[in-house]
Design a protein around this ligand. Structure first.
Ligand code: GLC
Length: 611
């Protein structure tokens, strides 16, 4: 009998262990950003307040209550600084000002005041790798003004057949196509530009440049921003000996960036270290000035082993809190199967070092929109369900919440340098404009984007049905699905739980989240049928996989627009018919779970008593 009680106590402890340990885990990871929904705004295309057809700061400020209403906690702005717009703001001619088309520093201050009033956080794009060639530093550097000679990466080039001018130093190419070196007639040297020739690379081997750029961060922190999205992080440092890069075998065109393996121009150890230095700056700022944690989000389209180093090094020196997870963009498309979703998501979860938080990005201003990449508007809800059912930080690109799709522009309308540097026959492969068209607020002729008569990029004609106002006034819509998902993920019982992924056949992908019983939590199961045909699944298999006692019934918490089901509907778990492209977030009741745990205990006690 003594044996029996020992075993019984052990079992009870095991049953309850999760509850206590997950509670503790939750308490230690409760910083504001760790489960926040972030939202990217492309300022030129969000909301125009003065009728010039170009979005601006006052337009954004006017729409901050909208962000709040859809559950967003933080928004990041693509660059708003003075710029000749060769790369639409990523070519900055003054790191401390505002582009006049977008507004003034006073408008910026008004935006900060409004976001504070609403309890939102503001993240600015920090573009450290390059400035505009119209920046005062470059103008002085080109003229060799004392102190500025080494602000940029200058090189004599190598002797070639032309007696009047050397050849470029090596085979490096810029991201938009063509040599990464531009000859300066003034200075009689080449300068490096890893992007457009109007974006000369700053020289991070010059300590003065490092200090200058740190001062830029402090300047904006002093204006009240809550963190930075760091642009083109991998490109900061280059090999000092400027060796040729080896071909990758991925292209036949030696002028395309994918032609080379960028082993001497990207992700150098010095680059990673610079991110750690910026993190230190942000942490020290908080120590000195107080307030909430300031965050870093970093952009690197690098391999997972490299991306993980941007979180921290082997000695746990801290870097970016959110090295962007681009896996859902890079590795999923309309041909993906449920198993691909699982592989891609699990590989990212494994990449995130312990003690860090995963983040999920579905799209941004550089890529085709998620709905289009995945096959069309019908996939919008499903991708949101996947993203917002996963633990950690979500990053939404403007328009994803209403199911915006790409708009294919004509060559004549094309503005993006990545496309303009190609040709009228292949620009569509490279253009980033389709995801940058103006946001759709309502059904008025300019989609509510501007009161003017023209817009800087054409408006996608789908705005008549895909827009905020119409969707808010419709029973079932993408924005309503999005809002429900955001509300749900904000709840602790949904968020601070363990999770796992599974597949049910070829086309149904599942995410399971199970909370500790004593935390009054439930089990949530997200199911998305990514095929254009019905699928009948046994959800109990997911429970079994994660060793959770199966429940007979689950209740619909969120249903995709394509679903015939409504919130609160009950479904039988052993045989669930999912329609083509149907997505559901289902929940158990807390009581069901407690009961099922008790039933297991009773069964075990009975087994011992009557053995
Ligand atoms: C980043 C930006 C992109 C820009 C490039 C150069 O990749 O997201 O839009 O063109 O950096 O700044």
């Amino acid at each position: 009998m003594a044996n029996f009680f020992c075993v019984l106590i052990l079992i009870i402890c095991l049953q309850l262990r999760d509850a206590f340990s997950e509670n503790l885990t939750y308490l230690s990871v409760s910083d504001w950003w760790e489960k926040a929904g972030f939202y990217q705004i492309y300022p030129r295309s969000y909301k125009d307040s003065n009728g010039d057809g170009i979005g601006d700061l006052n337009g954004i400020t006017e729409k901050l209550p909208y962000l709040k209403s859809i559950g967003v906690k933080a928004f990041w702005l693509s660059p708003i600084y003075p710029s000749p717009m060769a790369d639409f703001g990523y070519d900055i001619s003054d790191f401390r000002g505002i582009q006049p088309e977008y507004g003034t520093m006073a408008d910026f201050a008004a935006m900060v005041a409004k976001k504070n009033e609403l309890g939102l956080k503001l993240i600015l794009d920090f573009v450290p790798n390059h400035s505009s060639d119209e920046h005062e530093w470059f103008i002085k550097s080109e003229q060799k003004v004392s102190g500025y000679e080494d602000y940029y990466v200058w090189h004599d080039g190598t002797p070639g057949s032309d007696p009047t001018r050397n050849d470029p130093p090596n085979n490096w190419v810029e991201a938009f196509r063509g040599s990464a070196w531009k000859w300066s007639d003034k200075r009689k040297q080449y300068y490096l530009h890893q992007f457009h020739y109007k974006q000369p690379d700053l020289n991070y081997r010059n300590p003065t440049v490092v200090t200058e750029m740190k001062n830029v961060l402090t300047f904006w922190l002093d204006q009240g921003v809550d963190g930075f999205r760091i642009d083109a992080v991998p490109c900061m440092f280059e090999d000092e000996n400027f060796p040729n890069e080896p071909p990758s075998g991925n292209s036949d065109d030696p002028l395309r960036p994918e032609y080379l393996n960028h082993i001497y121009t990207q992700d150098l150890p010095e680059t990673v270290d610079m991110v750690y230095q910026w993190r230190e700056l942000l942490d020290n700022y908080k120590k000195q000035k107080g307030g909430d944690t300031r965050v870093l989000m970093t952009e690197a389209w690098s391999s997972l082993d490299i991306v993980s180093t941007y979180f921290q090094d082997q000695n746990k020196r801290q870097g970016s809190q959110m090295p962007f997870n681009f896996q859902l963009i890079m590795r999923l498309d309309q041909n993906s199967k449920a198993a691909d979703f699982k592989t891609v998501i699990d590989s990212w979860i494994k990449t995130v070092p312990s003690g860090h938080v995963p983040n999920w990005v579905l799209g941004n201003h550089d890529k085709r929109r998620v709905a289009s990449r995945m096959g069309g508007e019908h996939m919008a809800d499903l991708m949101e369900m996947v993203e917002l059912s996963l633990p950690g930080v979500s990053v939404t690109y403007q328009g994803e919440e209403i199911g915006m799709t790409d708009y294919e522009l004509t060559w004549a309308d094309t503005k993006d340098p990545a496309a303009c540097q190609t040709s009228s026959t292949d620009y569509q492969k490279y253009t980033r404009d389709p995801a940058r068209t103006p946001f759709h607020w309502n059904t008025t002729s300019m989609a509510g984007f501007t009161m003017g008569t023209s817009t800087w990029l054409p408006i996608n004609p789908i705005y008549t049905t895909v827009n905020v106002e119409t969707e808010l006034n419709t029973d079932k819509s993408h924005i309503k699905v999005f809002k429900r998902l955001m509300e749900l993920r904000d709840k602790d019982e949904f968020h601070t739980v363990s999770y796992g992924t599974d597949t049910l056949g070829e086309s149904v992908f599942a995410i399971l989240r199970s909370g500790p019983v004593l935390h009054k939590s439930r089990v949530y199961v997200t199911l998305v049928n990514i095929a254009n045909k019905d699928a009948t699944v046994n959800v109990q298999n997911v429970f079994k996989k994660f060793e959770i006692e199966p429940v007979d019934k689950l209740y619909v918490e969120v249903a995709s627009v394509s679903s015939g089901r409504s919130e609160g509907d009950s479904i039988k778990t052993d045989s669930l018919l999912l329609l083509p492209y149907e997505g559901l977030v289902l929940r158990s009741t807390a009581v069901t779970l407690i009961l099922s745990k008790l039933l297991v205990l009773i069964a075990i006690i009975k087994a011992f008593l009557f053995q």
